[in-house]
Design a protein around this ligand. Structure first.
Ligand SMILES: C[S@@+](CC[C@H](N)C(=O)[O-])C[C@H]1O[C@@H](n2cnc3c(N)ncnc32)[C@H](O)[C@@H]1O
Length: 219
């Protein structure tokens, strides 16, 4: 799935590793984040969860509590290093450096998956193939949870460009002053529903002011 994300996405998040969790400190988002820290993990109680693009393990730490087991994957070693330092119930989490577009080396058969703030970075044309790949790695009837951002004027980084396929982009600064153009989509509910149709038998979209949480059961 070459070209599924912007070429710089991997290096942007490697450079941002140490400052990544500042995104969870935005004052206006605290109430919704507190709700999500309860809502997201309860989807995965007792499940064997494959986490895609786990980053610094922010959601891993909450999901690991009720889950039976978590395989937390990301392409970047610098974020995985931070994730490994968080406290988890003993033996509950395995971290793996893996590309979400190949899932190479990831054992099949988990009965749940979670991806936080990943979907929005994937080109629209790559989402269907990526969902099909994820589905092949999971057990039939698995639960999938996808958490991502809604665009909120004044709180979100402005969109600076839209390409021919309809993908949108933001220019994001790092503390160093370096800037990166990053693909970041804000999908409509109808787009999500159309993508799920081939793989899901039931789906629920929960929207707050700043976030959307989609959870569905695979066929
Ligand atoms: C927006 S962050 C989300 C991190 C975490 N899920 C969270 O919600 O806090 C996106 C993550 O995608 C990872 N990433 C970028 N390209 C990837 C790829 N091809 N495969 C797996 N992870 C990738 C980055 O390293 C980064 O940790």
């Amino acid at each position: 799935m070459r070209g599924s994300v912007t070429p710089s996405l991997e290096s942007y998040y490697a450079k941002r590793a140490g400052e990544y969790e500042r995104i969870y400190e935005k004052a206006e988002r605290q109430d919704e984040l507190a709700w999500l820290r309860g809502r997201v993990p309860e989807l995965f109680a007792g499940r064997r969860v494959l986490e895609i693009a786990c980053g610094t393990g922010y959601w891993t730490q909450f999901i690991a509590k009720p889950a039976a087991h978590v395989i937390a994957t990301d392409i970047n070693e610098p974020v995985l290093e931070i994730a490994r330092e968080k406290p988890y119930p003993r033996g509950r989490v395995d971290f793996r450096k893996t590309d979400a577009f190949t899932l190479e080396g990831v054992p099949s058969g988990c009965n749940a998956a979670f991806a936080g703030f990943w979907w929005s970075h994937v080109r629209k044309s790559a989402l269907g193939p990526w969902l099909a790949l994820l589905t092949r790695h999971l057990a039939p009837g698995a639960i999938v949870g996808i958490l991502d951002n809604r665009h909120v004027e004044g709180s979100s980084t402005p969109v600076t460009r839209r390409d021919a396929e309809g993908n949108t982009y933001q220019v994001r600064p790092l503390i160093s002053g370096e800037t990166h153009e990053v693909l970041k989509n804000f999908p409509a509910a109808a787009e999500l529903a159309a993508l799920l149709r081939p793989v899901a038998r039931e789906a629920t979209l929960e929207e707050t002011q700043y976030y959307w949480l989609l959870h569905f059961t695979l066929k």
